[in-house]
Write a protein that binds this ligand. Sequence first.
Ligand code: PMP
Length: 338
Amino acid sequence: MPRHESVLDAIGRTPLIRLARLGAGLPAPIYLKAEFLNPGMSVKDRAALAMVLAAEESGALRPGGTIVEGTSGNTGIGLAIVAAQRGYRCVVVLPDKTSPDKVAVLRAYGAQVILTPATRPAEHPEQVRNLARGISDRTPGGWLADQYDNPANPHAHVVGTGPEIWQQTQGRITHFVAGIGTGGTISGTGTYLKKVSDGSVRVVGADPRTSVYGGGDGSPYAVEAIGHYVHPETARDVWPLSYDEAVVDRIERIEDRESIEVMHRLAREEGLLVGGSSGTAVAAALRVARDASPDDLVVVIAPDSGRGYLSRYFNEDWLLAMGFRDGDGSGRPAFADR
Ligand code: PMP
């Protein structure tokens, strides 16, 4: 067992866990990369640490400085952990719809939290990213992490997640499946896996059905932290630099209902309490494994823990209000028999 000098050394090197029950009867095995076992309970600890180290290296972040980021949660938690351990201040700007649980976690790590209306248009100075940029500009020693356009984000997966998966599968992986938020995970991991396999590993994106990454119309969906929901005509103007479309061979489009159903099955049949984007990714991985051969091996990323969503995807009142239950009183998902 490893012995660490700080919590930062505990980031990464997450296990692969076989989905023995959900994948039963499918031609190829599916292994889940358990990113919820990172200290901040998400894959974003990796990017947060990598971005801070790169900024220290370049001199953009100096001792006594302030880390600033606009985020919907997990990146902020990762940055708050790194800030606490390395002695920086941390200011996180969040849309006001963010779950109170995540706000409380950030404050517990000592981060300063600023909430701004989620409905502000992209050009408004109080929109999440603009407000974060303004704060970092006005704060002496301020540094904006900027995960959407920061190359250290995908690079964390080129040097971490990708090599880990290759070693853990002894080079047997044939398909890699992940959701797309900033695109850092899929682009960095996919780049490494393609390089090391001479291009043979297939990279499959998992996207909410109406998200524009997979060709949707940009209308809203329930799963948090993945996909892109701007007008399709302007989508490419705001494509994050962290997302390298060329690495992705195809995108599976997944309905909210299917994501939530798979998330519930992961908890109840595999004992894996994961978030909504893990449901989306595993739903896509099940399709991939169904079409695969016995020589194939599928690896899917589970980006975060279900603990952050107890008042949402695991709450009957929320599910009912959102139309994810038939309301027949059985307590079973409306889509369970379909
Ligand atoms: N799932 C969750 C829960 C996340 O917080 C994120 C990060 N936005 C992702 C998936 C997507 O990861 P990435 O930003 O690396 O594309």
